[in-house]
Design a protein around this ligand. Structure first.
Ligand SMILES: [Zn+2]
Length: 526
């Protein structure tokens, strides 16, 4: 418990003691976790304009335009999602409201993860601003995006001139307001880079204050370098470029590497002890999202992208070579029963089905079924490849934040990964309330105050006077995800109120029409 006197002090500073302050919103008697990794306390939270103006005991005589009785409810800062695939859909009027996120209590998210997004952020920033997002949006600049713009999808190292061009694009994007550099060396074309190339780009980013590097690492399983070496690559980049490094959606992927979380954790702990800034984020599901191409096809055969792959598959000898190399990759992914097709435009009847089932229906070997789908446009997948023990081990670390890795789908369309609708409430329900893997205090801190600190997001992630009023009120008795792998389009429940920049976005669990998010750009631009 904190002494009440500080809050009285804050109140006296803005008003005379005899006259009650008029607030816009007064949230009364909630169980307040302020995001700082300190215990909860019973307190009131007052909002005026877009800011929190008081946290503590606010006199009964105080008045407000809206008063919320939060007794029995938890009041916390809005959640911050450092890995969101909300773009480009959040750039459209139809989806700008970001309802799957608001129902989870997310008030700020970062777009262009995994090295993706546009190589020049100018138009994306304009589009998001024009449509006014329902949540705050932070753009990252992606390595894969700038590599593709400069070099195309070629399987070779960059020349010094190409390296300089890529660094120039990263620098321009950081000047335009990007918060950090995102990467996905698991995916083409960043797959064809070496560590030196990435260190160069990370150094370009690290010339800007509080920049960071976040990576979908080169190998989360045992495809080539292996998950331990791939995490070590992030550590090396962080050390050499003097930049915080984030292992995004940390996991050990596939039964052949289950248990490796211990070694990964040990290496991160040691690096941190040696002063290297290494962090991670995680979504609380045992299945990841990927695509048939990225998860099964060998790297050399992906060169040039999907169209070039189709060409290669038409040549019988090359097809046989690709197929032979896909076989161990399918085993790495725990076999055809562990891969579910998310969407498949060429034959939507296959959406939501697993590869073994599709193979049975078609009377084919699963590898041939997969190759046929690759030839007909490929497909995003849900890949069941994680182990609960590893998930929990990563979750318990003080350096693991929460993320969704979720998209922003049109409600009801395509077979999504349920994390798009449920990641944050699922962590509260499954890993705090039903099974106490971590405490509520920890779960809220790693979703609010910690990411605000790691990513240097000013005045967010905390409930304190002066901070932006991104505030959530939820019921610990009912909060939960309802989206499943079979029925992914289902909003999370239990989030009663969500305020974004001081304005209500969710009231009694229902979204309002107005949108209150902002594009958050780095300040100063550098
Ligand atoms: Zn990823």
């Amino acid at each position: 418990m904190r002494p009440i006197s500080i809050f009285v002090g804050a109140l006296l500073a803005t008003t005379s003691p005899a006259v009650a302050q008029q607030y816009d919103v007064l949230i009364r008697r909630g169980t307040v976790y302020d995001g700082s990794d300190t215990p909860a306390r019973s307190a009131d939270v007052a909002i005026k304009g877009d800011r929190i103006v008081a946290v503590g005991r606010i006199p009964a005589t105080a008045t407000a335009k809206t008063t919320i009785d939060a007794k029995g409810k938890i009041v916390a800062p809005g959640f911050i999602d450092p890995h969101s695939h909300a773009a480009p859909n959040i750039q459209t009027k139809q989806l700008a409201a970001a309802l799957p996120m608001l129902h989870q209590g997310i008030t700020t998210l970062m777009v262009n993860p995994d090295g993706g997004g546009p190589p020049d952020l100018t138009q994306q920033i304009i589009d998001i601003k024009t449509n006014v997002p329902g949540v705050n949006v932070i753009p990252l600049i992606g390595h894969n995006a700038v590599r593709e713009a400069v070099m195309g999808n070629v399987a070779r190292l960059a020349t010094p001139a190409e390296q300089a061009k890529m660094e120039g694009l990263v620098t321009a994007a950081m000047r335009a307001g990007a918060y950090g550099l995102s990467d996905g060396p698991f995916y083409i074309p960043s797959k064809y880079s070496n560590t030196e190339e990435i260190v160069g780009l990370a150094k370009a980013a690290s010339r800007f204050p509080h920049a960071f590097y976040t990576s979908h690492i080169r190998d989360e399983g045992n495809y080539d370098v292996g998950v331990v070496a791939a995490v070590d690559e992030v550590i090396r980049i962080a050390r050499e470029a003097k930049i915080p490094g984030v292992v995004t959606h940390i996991k050990v992927l596939g039964p052949q590497v289950w248990g490796k979380s211990a070694e990964v954790i040990d290496n991160i702990d040691k690096a941190r002890a040696a002063g290297v800034q290494v962090w991670a984020d995680q979504y609380p599901y045992a299945a990841s999202g990927s695509s048939l191409m990225a998860s099964l096809v060998p790297g050399w055969a992906q060169e040039g992208g999907a169209a070039a792959l189709v060409k290669r598959l038409e040549d019988p000898a090359t097809r046989a070579k690709i197929r032979a190399e896909m076989a161990p990759n399918l085993e790495r992914r725990a076999g055809p029963g562990a891969i579910m097709i998310r969407s498949f435009a060429a034959d939507p009847s296959l959406e939501g089905k697993r590869l073994d089932e599709i193979a049975r229906i078609q009377g084919k070997d699963p590898l041939d079924a997969a190759i046929d789908m690759l030839k007909r446009g490929g497909a995003p997948t849900v890949s069941f490849n994680m182990n609960e023990k590893d998930i929990e081990a990563f979750m318990r670390r003080p350096w693991t934040m929460t993320s969704t890795d979720g998209g922003l789908p049109v409600f009801g369309l395509t077979s999504e990964h349920p994390r798009a609708y449920g990641a944050f409430p699922r962590k509260l329900r499954n890993y705090v309330l039903d099974k106490p893997v971590i405490t509520m205090q920890h779960a809220i801190h790693v979703a609010t105050g910690l990411p605000a600190k790691v990513f240097a997001i000013p005045d967010r992630g905390r409930l304190r006077p002066g901070a932006f009023a991104d505030v959530i009120v939820f019921d610990p008795a009912t909060v939960r995800d309802t989206a499943t792998y079979q029925k992914p389009h289902a909003y999370a429940v239990g989030m009663d109120y969500v305020f974004v920049n001081g304005s209500a976005a969710l009231v009694k669990g229902k979204p309002v029409a107005e949108r209150h998010g902002r594009v958050l750009l780095r300040r100063p631009p550098g």
